[in-house]
Design a binder for this molecule. Structure first.
Ligand SMILES: *Cc1c(COP(=O)(O)O)cnc(C)c1O
Length: 471
């Protein structure tokens, strides 16, 4: 595919400026360019075609199957967009007087209390702009609580090794010390190692359940009880809520604070960087530390950690989440989670004779294949299979995550895929399996159907070339 600069033909530019009807004035010499702007020159038709071609190359949930584990790439109902774009929601200004946005404030209030009900929390702040931002706020709440109760010596946050990378990163940013808790062979928290790590310096625990290998920890009540007994608090990473909505609540599992990823579970389009929304819910003991409201209400608590996002946060996403929750209803949310879990188990069951499953037991919303043995046998890696899936017309699963599984491919089919789509994806995996058995070297050449095959990923990240390099 050519860049727009490469498609440029001198003289094909467009001139839409009207004739000037005011006297011409010369800019002072020092403000003038020494040479003309180097812009591509193209007709409007060709510009439109160029961008339409690019748009076709972008892959989204509306283009095909997108089982990107831990990201919950479900279909986002169009009615959400319709409601979020109503002028009463979309055309308000954050500095408008409060009396003129009562409806919007009520919408925020409503979605907050619905999310409290879903998570079993007592209060919620909508401010955080993403999951990781929510984690950071949640940890600030714990920190403030420890300060207020004279326990600043508690610096250690226990985090299982299967955690999302943002968990330890947020803990370090909030100035805690991270203690890594290994997983047991069954993929859940190693209880012996966990108990050994408990002491009077534990500030708390950060955990996602089901965890990032897709398993629900059967010891969860004991884990949260032991943390509380040792004087710490329990943080729930709620990015995986899609597996449990309406079935079990973090509040009932013993957690004190939780963040949600509205852009995952509550159906806002995501991928490619946002916008997101990571509301934080907490139990009463942490309520007074929640961020101040955007309005600086007199009721704001003096012990608040302060405001962490401008104005009201990413309001449009709250409306999408609210629409989603109200259209599905309580039973609908519960059914969505049941179907997400069913789809993952269906696909895992069909795939386990094709590639080994990392934890061969009933999973929740996602599961992991491992190519570790395959790599030793034929040299074919998880990356090769992911690239081959591109040629099959589907988005690859998450690769090489979590780190506890080697050569991992992590699939989260979500509830919005039909059985036919899941079956077709299984057939794709089977075709790749056959290729590996007949000509494994060919796998290193995939993908062959995309504009570029195997970019130098490290080079692209370390030395990004973001400007057109003129001769
Ligand atoms: C996606 C995810 C996060 C981070 O959320 P962002 O919105 O990307 O910051 C944290 N934890 C888990 C388990 C996740 O899947």
């Amino acid at each position: 595919m050519k860049l727009i600069f490469e498609l440029s033909t001198p003289g094909h530019g467009m001139q839409y400026l009207p004739q000037s009807d005011v006297p011409k004035t010369e800019l002072p010499e020092k403000f003038r360019r020494k040479q003309a702007l180097r812009l591509p020159e193209m007709s409007e038709t060709d510009v439109s075609r160029h961008y339409a071609r690019l748009a076709k190359q972008a892959f989204g949930v509306c283009s095909g199957f997108y089982p990107l584990g831990s990201c919950t790439m479900k279909y986002n109902p169009r009615v959400n967009e319709r409601v979020a774009s109503l002028p009463g929601f979309a055309a308000v200004h954050p500095l408008q007087p409060k009396e003129t946005v009562e409806g919007c404030l009520e919408a925020i209030d409503t979605v907050q209390s619905l999310l409290c009900a879903v998570t079993g929390m007592d209060a919620m702040s909508m401010q955080p702009a993403a999951g990781a931002h929510g984690e950071y706020l949640g940890l600030l709440l714990i920190k403030k609580y420890l300060e207020k109760t004279g326990q600043t010596h508690r610096k250690r946050i226990l985090i299982p090794d299967s955690a999302h990378g943002t968990n330890p990163a947020s803990a370090v940013m909030a100035d805690f010390d991270v203690v890594n808790i290994p997983s047991a062979p069954n993929g859940c928290v190693d209880m012996e190692a966990f108990k050994k790590a408990l002491d009077g310096n534990v500030a708390g625990l950060m955990l996602t359940n089901p965890n990032t290998v897709g398993l629900f920890d059967p010891n969860i009540l004991e884990i949260t009880r032991l943390i509380h007994e040792s004087g710490g608090l329990c943080y729930y990473d709620g990015a995986n809520l899609n597996a449990i909505m309406g079935h079990v609540r973090p509040g009932d599992m013993g957690f004190d604070v939780v963040h949600l990823n509205l852009h995952k579970t509550f159906s806002t389009p995501h991928g490619g960087g946002g916008p997101g929304s990571g509301p934080v819910g907490c139990k009463d003991i942490l309520k007074e530390f929640l961020p101040k409201s955007a309005l600086g209400e007199p009721g704001d608590h003096p012990d608040s950690v302060g405001q962490i996002r401008s104005f009201y946060g990413n309001f449009g996403i709250y409306i999408r989440a609210l629409t989603y929750i109200l259209t599905l209803g309580a039973q609908g949310l519960r059914d969505a989670s049941s179907t997400a879990v069913l789809n993952a188990n269906y696909m895992m069951h069909k795939l386990k004779d094709v590639f080994p499953v990392a934890y061969d037991q009933i999973c929740m919303h996602e599961f992991i294949l491992t190519l570790e043995d395959e790599k030793k046998r034929s040299g074919v890696t998880a990356l090769d299979v992911a690239k081959a899936l591109l040629d099959e017309g589907m988005h690859p699963p998450t690769m090489y995550f979590p780190l506890v599984v080697h050569e991992a491919l992590m699939l989260e089919p979500t509830e919005t895929e039909s059985r036919e789509t899941l079956d077709a994806a299984v057939e794709s995996f089977k075709r790749i399996r056959q290729k590996i058995d007949t000509a494994p070297e060919a796998l290193h050449e995939c993908p062959v159907t995309t504009p570029i095959g195997r970019p130098d990923e490290v080079g692209a990240a370390r030395n990004p070339v973001l400007r057109y390099q003129y001769e």
